[in-house]
Design a protein around this ligand. Sequence first.
Ligand code: AMP
Ligand code: TRP
Length: 327
Amino acid sequence: MRVLSGVQSSGTLHLGNYLGAMKQHLELQQENECLFFIANYHSLTTVQEPERHRALTHDVALDYLALGLDPGRASLFRQSDVPEVTELAWILSTVTGMGLLERATSYKDKVAKGISPTMGLFCYPVLMAADILIYRSDVVPVGKDQVQHIEMAQDMAGYFNQTFGRPVLKRPEARLNEAPIVPGIDGQKMSKSYGNAINLFDPPEQTRKRIMSIKTDSTPVEAPKNPDACNVFALYRLMASRQESMALEARYRAGGMGYGEAKKALAEVFERVLGPARERRVRLEQDPSYVEDVLQASARRARAIAREVMAEVRDACGLVSGKDTHR
Ligand code: AMP
Ligand code: TRP
């Protein structure tokens, strides 16, 4: 099974990225052919300061490696190191109706948040479909906010195959885990741009303060509390063991425990899960050329697949005269 996913280099990665998407990526690398990339063409729709963009891109690579991406098993590359995706995006755009893109909820959300409505932002799902289809990906592990984009990629594969009369592109499937929408400290979906994120690799004290500031209701300490309506418990459950979750759940229901205690428990489990990765990240920061080597070697592998598929794509739509279409 070929697994593919991307993370934008548009800001500091947070717990929602890890629990919803990257954790799945790391698990899947054990048994599957995995391609993960830093979606820097996509983040160009929001980050347009070149030095900051370069730094954010390097940061995503460090984060993945620190969290346990094994470059011996999985590929980790920059999207822009396989420029063929932009060619496929163009070709897909010629078989895709405007109506499909006009229904994209993430475009509307982003424009409502003040992001400039460029052609790039509007066509974002076409490029994302190209990312997926160019590797003939079987499975795309993501958080729930990306499912509509993957459904669009399924549609675009169908439009292409139907228009050109050949089954060149493969229909991908989305994969969600138990954390499809991780809440932020205000209870809304955790997001790089909502000011509600708990970052993966802030210093421990800063992370603890952030966790202590999670919004809770005003139930008094003595009163029983509903764990299912609490953001602190929602995050705890996603990181603690089953037994730990059951024990904390019982304390919520029994009363006599304030939210402060639950937050302390969450801060501890956060440290246990992410502390070792933070240390690995500090070591990796010392070795930028190792990180660059991983990105480049991975890009070569990914690009070889992309070129083969593009040769078939070009042939199918009559852009070349014969079969031997490698550039
Ligand atoms: P992005 O930062 O938008 O590139 O997202 C990278 C991955 O993290 C995508 O698969 C998203 O669906 C996932 N993701 C981002 N925020 C959350 C969240 N709050 N809950 C679950 N998954 C998320
Ligand atoms: N749009 C995704 C996000 O914002 C990132 C992304 C770009 C992606 N191309 C992809 C994810 C292809 C999965 C597959 O999170």
